[in-house]
Design a protein around this ligand. Structure first.
Ligand code: MLT
Length: 324
């Protein structure tokens, strides 16, 4: 049998095998690969959803934190796993959009992944250590411009949401930042509280509790409306950086060729979780916004991801960041 014929037969048999198993999916625990450190915003969102998804799916939903390289290592792990629905890729604007313009990934963010569902989003928030001599965004910008030595900004690595927010901030303000990469914004936030780094442009859901505790200072959220659960923080429009808007959205993906029945089951489990009042309360308390029902289909995530790739890639390419 010629090689091409054999390959096609193997693909067919594999797909048939997985399709046959889709009917009684799941039959054992499922793993969500979170590409950032435990305790951070991605981890927190994944754990809230996993807790509720297991009720619908009847199987445990575990979290595995596989960190490094702006989240691209964890995503790679999920891409290379079997298309059987038991390994889910958690990601966001950074990992499933921006990393394609920054890293030689060894996988394609669109061709090698199956969109499952768009997850809640949150604006970024500009925060600093309390020792920074500024109490408003305009004072912070003046201080940043007055500094001869570079100001340190914590990120979750090149291509992560906190890094892309920094690049965007630099391109809008002309202020250069010195990035300090961590395996997630949880450890970065610890160092900000400890005064080891000066600044972060972090997901609101990650910094909000420290802001409330007064251990760090918030200047503005990167949106045209305030966050309902933190109405005291002004918008960038109100605080003197009009139009500096960035929303960090997340999503779930599966390896390409995962049977559509499994994609549909996981999508339904997440939609049910996002309609659970107890889950909604947890998410809103973190400043997370749940997408409208019409945006919760696998196809909606697919087209949104492509649109975001088209939107962000030019800025990232201009920043010429290609990382091996
Ligand atoms: C995290 O969970 O650490 C964040 O999502 C990282 C980031 O993209 O800034």
């Amino acid at each position: 049998m010629r090689r091409a014929g054999l390959a096609a037969l193997i693909t067919l048999l594999t797909t048939l095998a997985f399709t046959a198993r889709a009917d009684n999916y799941p039959t054992h625990p499922i793993t969500i690969v979170v590409p950032f450190a435990a305790g951070g915003p991605s981890d927190a969102l994944a754990r809230i959803l996993a807790e509720r998804m297991k009720v619908t799916l009847g199987e445990a939903v575990l979290i595995e934190n596989v960190t490094g390289a702006g989240g691209s290592i964890g995503v790679g792990r999920a891409v290379r796993s079997a298309p059987d629905g038991y390994t889910i890729s958690f990601g966001h604007l950074g990992t499933h959009v921006c990393n394609g313009a920054i890293y030689r990934l060894g996988y394609d963010l669109v061709d090698d992944l199956e969109p499952v569902v768009l997850l809640p989003s949150n604006p970024m928030v500009i925060v600093s250590k309390n020792a920074v001599p500024a109490t408003s965004l305009s004072e912070l910008l003046a201080w940043l411009k007055s500094r001869s030595s570079l100001v340190t900004a914590g990120t979750a690595g090149a291509g992560s949401g906190s890094h892309v927010a920094g690049l965007y901030f630099e391109s809008v303000t002309g202020i250069k930042l010195q990035y300090v990469p961590y395996r997630g914004t949880a450890p970065a936030l610890n160092d900000l509280v400890a005064g080891q780094i000066d600044l972060m442009i972090d997901q609101t859901s990650n910094s909000i509790n420290q802001v409330r505790a007064g251990t760090i200072r918030a200047y503005a959220v990167t949106d045209d409306k305030r966050v309902a659960s933190a109405p005291e923080i002004p918008t960038t429009d109100e605080a003197g950086l009009p139009g500096f808007h960035m929303t960090l959205w997340s999503g779930l993906w599966l390896p390409k060729r995962t049977p559509q029945e499994i994609v549909a089951k996981l999508n339904a489990a997440v939609v049910e979780a996002l309609n659970d009042p107890a889950v909604v309360k947890q998410l809103e308390n973190l400043g997370l916004e749940i997408p409208g029902r019409e945006r919760l289909t696998p196809a909606a995530l697919g087209s949104w991801q492509k649109a975001e790739i088209a939107k962000w890639s030019p800025m990232l390419r201009a920043a010429d960041l290609k990382v091996q």
